[in-house]
Design a protein around this ligand. Sequence first.
Ligand SMILES: NC(=O)c1ccc[n+]([C@@H]2O[C@H](COP(=O)([O-])OP(=O)(O)OC[C@H]3O[C@@H](n4cnc5c(N)ncnc54)[C@H](OP(=O)(O)O)[C@@H]3O)[C@@H](O)[C@H]2O)c1
Length: 277
Amino acid sequence: MDLTELTRMYDFTGQTIVVTGGTGILGGEIACALVGCGANVALLDRNLDPAQGLLDRLGPLACQVVVAGADVLDAGSLRQAAQLILDKFGKIDALVNAAGGNRPQATTGADRSFFDLPADALRWVFDLNILGTMLPSQVFGKLMAEKGEGVILNVSSMNAFRPLTRIPAYSAAKAGVSNFTQWLAVHMAQEYSPRIRVNAIAPGFFLTTQNKFLLTDEKTGGLTPRGQSIITHTPMARFGQPEDLFGTVMWLLSPASAFVTGIVVPIDGGFSAFSGV
Ligand SMILES: NC(=O)c1ccc[n+]([C@@H]2O[C@H](COP(=O)([O-])OP(=O)(O)OC[C@H]3O[C@@H](n4cnc5c(N)ncnc54)[C@H](OP(=O)(O)O)[C@@H]3O)[C@@H](O)[C@H]2O)c1
């Protein structure tokens, strides 16, 4: 092994990678980084409005991108998206399941006790995170099974290891995503090909639209007590930036992790390692 050999593993030229939630904050940043490393990327999302901003940002590299409208909860729309991507790039090598999230109605607080969380809000969170990971894995994983190779990267969360207060459905759903990651890794390797790998990242706390309302004060922009508590419990004493994800994402998608499957990697500034004392 020398530096050239190592570097070549991170050259994704000619690879096609589908990113669900690809126009979201973390999905969009991962997608742009993959394009920068040579990949052809399919931005798969139900909300395509932010896609133009990403394409503008990529400039001439935008020719490596296809924008595919699909709902991760609708297998038919995912199959249509898969066809569109195959028509454009000819094959699909990897899937990043980045669509996911929580909603305020499934979050406890001063005005909403656990006993009053509406079933439809709880179901929405389970569906988006669990079914929204399983259905794309069925549609795109089937293509990988036919080819005998591929990589699936799920996006779990810190709260999958130990639940965080206030977000019961999101915590349980992401624990489900971690569990499903292990299940699918074993299933794909044993039933289809040891060259199909399934792993997950578990990001810590990144300030994005879906958690801003919990971590920062809408009026002052300062940290809420919860936001401050997170920083206090993060040895690196900061929130994550999307760039913090890139090295691990590239490693798990690349041949550099050829013998790694079924793991969930925390990217959390040490949060999960810290006992608080
Ligand atoms: N931010 C964090 O600190 C953090 C920490 C740990 C894990 N995560 C996970 O990281 C992933 C990305 O999070 P993010 O913060 O970047 O959130 P985000 O900006 O809300 O991105 C999620 C994207 O998924 C899309 N989406 C939602 N439902 C969909 C559906 N049914 N079909 C297709 N697309 C759908 C969203 O579209 P809409 O805009 O239309 O909803 C959005 O574009 C999520 O799985 C999240 O749970 C985030």
